[in-house]
Design a protein around this ligand. Sequence first.
Ligand code: AMP
Length: 143
Amino acid sequence: MSVYNKILVAIDLTEEAPQVLKKAIDIGRQHNARVLLAHVVEPVGYAYGGDIPMDLSELQDQLDKAAREQLAAYGKEYDIPEEDQVVTVGRPESEIHHLCEDKGVDLVVVGSHGRSGIQLLLGSTANGVLHGSKCDVLAVRIN
Ligand code: AMP
């Protein structure tokens, strides 16, 4: 039996995402594991502090659509079927925790910029995922 059966790789939509994704795919192959690809769209209201009385639902829908399209493109490239591509809305760290628990994931893969000093204190998504995760966490160093 493999050590890992279900791996969730969480990606942002930057040009760094393939580095994280490729590692997760390699590990998935080695373990013969299912690989879920996830992106969390942050609620646009957060960016404005919720103060401005504007209907942001259209913008939110566009972000959601763009995320689904990007995941579909990666899915095609890396052979991840549509049912294993997940887009949710919320705070990345807590959404990733929820997804891992919900879907019975045993390894979550995220990217890490290897921040130190004040940047580390300010926090990173990798740190946030590590703290409170109920499954193993792999932080892929981004070059
Ligand atoms: P950061 O700390 O924001 O630079 O992000 C580091 C890593 O966290 C990324 O390489 C992704 O693996 C993950 N991550 C960051 N933002 C998101 C997001 N919105 N959805 C999914 N994963 C994310």
